[in-house]
Design a protein around this ligand. Structure first.
Ligand code: SF4
Length: 456
């Protein structure tokens, strides 16, 4: 496509869709663009280039990504639209044919080409233009989606790809085999995040437990990251059950900055379904794992995710799953309807429960998980907690709230939050760490009164 003449001061606005790994990728790209002298702007209308980082994991995510492309093309007609990420990796040919309004498509290994194009189109003019117009996000404050300079947490991608080959999952087809990012690539992200004010680093990958490089394993990496005194917390997401053994749990308990938080996507609990998913374990093994975790770390918080409606799933399988969920007492958990992903073995399986049956099963198990999470919140009443402030109060927060934060048991974006209240109102800024007492539980959220504040 012939590049449309630039009518707006050169600058790039980044829109990020999908998972925390995409967030981490957009942050890394933002820092790279800035270090190349390319302006990354907060306001899309001030951008000569709009870059969309897409998700192609499941049907809903694909619809959202394509919707966002069409929306951006309509909303920013003077900008050059570039699209990257998993959607491109999976459907480039169809996208190029179907969406001529997009200037460039970039797969996961083409970020160098993307940077070069942006350098050529948006970077070259920086000298002449920069002080003229628009709010530019300074290099050190540039965050992933241009949504404001400061966040108390940041996602740090430590690996990509996956060797597990679960029968329902398209990620191995999209991202290829598992590979750990080198320690210096991880530390580059960490330093970039700390420079933007993040104090909690959330390590993400498809299976973070498998990370290893330069003779180091995951917990060695946690120790390396924790050396920076600006780091208040490290959190691990996407742990696969077969790698969460006693050695890992016992070692994990020895890292003071590491949140006692286990995000383990069990996906199901009945042996038949797990085997059809290409996964190991079962309810008995998983309950034993949780029992070990709670005996080694009594204050551990557990999150999980489940798939409902897998081909061949019967009422008996669902009852076994429900029994497991009740016995497991999750602090946080979510259930998702099976999605037949093109190119995956599970997409060819027969005996798929009807959409009506899947809806019934989803509401049945979601009610169990919601009750479990609410019970876990009520059990924290009177508990002393450490709250990391993420944001000031806003119009939607309960009356008397002065700030919103999260305890060590609450991951960003997926778990509940903690509202800080108090008379006189405590002065708590984003990134501050607050010692507080839980005075109320509201569904999956907590309300706490501070008794000590440690500024960021
Ligand atoms: S472990 Fe996760 S990313 Fe890997 S194949 Fe299974 S579901 Fe997909």
């Amino acid at each position: 496509m012939n590049p449309r003449p630039l009518t707006t001061a050169p600058g790039v606005h980044i829109i990020t869709l999908g998972c925390p790994k995409n967030e981490a990728d957009s942050r890394t790209l933002t820092r790279r663009l800035a270090s190349e002298g390319i302006r990354v702007v907060e306001e899309p209308l001030e951008a000569s280039h709009v870059l969309l980082n897409t998700c192609g994991f499941i049907e809903d995510a694909r619809k959202e990504s394509i919707g966002a492309i069409l929306e951006a093309a309509a909303a920013y007609p003077t900008a050059r639209l570039h699209v990257m990420g998993c959607l491109v990796e999976r459907y480039r040919a169809e996208l190029e044919e179907g969406l001529p309004e997009v200037h460039g498509w970039y797969g996961l290994t083409e970020l160098g080409a993307l940077t070069a194009i942006l350098q050529a189109e948006a970077g070259a003019a920086v000298g002449r233009e920069s002080d003229a117009v628009g709010s530019v996000i300074p290099a050190s404050d540039q965050t992933s989606s241009g949504s404001g300079p400061l966040s108390a947490h940041a996602y740090v991608k430590i690996s990509d790809g996956c060797d597990h080959l679960c029968s329902f999952c398209a990620i191995p087809n999209i991202k290829g085999p598992y590979h750990s990012l080198a320690p210096d690539e991880v530390i580059e992200q960490v330093e970039g995040a700390l420079d933007t004010g993040a104090r909690e680093l959330v390590l993400v990958g498809q299976d973070t437990t498998l990370w290893h490089a330069d003779g180091m394993d995951l917990l060695d990496l946690v120790a390396l990251i924790s050396e920076d005194e600006r780091v208040l917390r490290v959190r691990l997401m996407y742990l696969q059950p077969e790698h969460v053994d006693d050695r890992f749990l016992t070692a994990m308990a020895g890292y003071p900055k590491l949140c006692r938080y286990l995000d383990i996507p069990f996906q199901h609990a009945h042996r038949d379904i797990l085997r059809a998913m290409g996964r190991r374990g079962d309810a008995t093994a998983y309950l034993r794992l949780l029992e070990r975790a709670r005996s080694i770390m009594p204050d551990v918080s557990v999150r999980s995710t489940f798939i409902v409606g897998f081909p061949g799933e019967t009422e008996e399988h669902v009852e076994a799953l429900a029994d497991f969920m009740r016995a497991a007492r999750f602090d946080h958990a979510g259930a998702f309807a099976f999605s037949a992903e093109e190119g995956t073995p599970a997409a060819t399986l027969s005996k798929r429960p009807s959409a009506r049956v899947v809806r019934q099963r989803m509401s049945y198990v979601s009610a169990i998980l919601a009750e479990s999470a609410e019970h876990a919140c009520r059990a924290r009443l009177g508990e002393r907690v450490e709250v990391l402030i993420d944001a000031p109060a806003d119009a939607d927060t309960p009356e008397g709230t002065v700030a919103i934060g999260r305890t060590r048991a609450q991951a960003p974006d997926v778990d509940g939050v903690t509202y800080l209240v108090g008379q006189p109102p405590p002065r708590a800024a984003v990134g501050d760490r607050v010692q507080a007492v839980v005075v109320e539980a509201i569904g999956h959220d907590l309300v706490a009164e501070p008794d000590a504040i440690e500024p960021a």
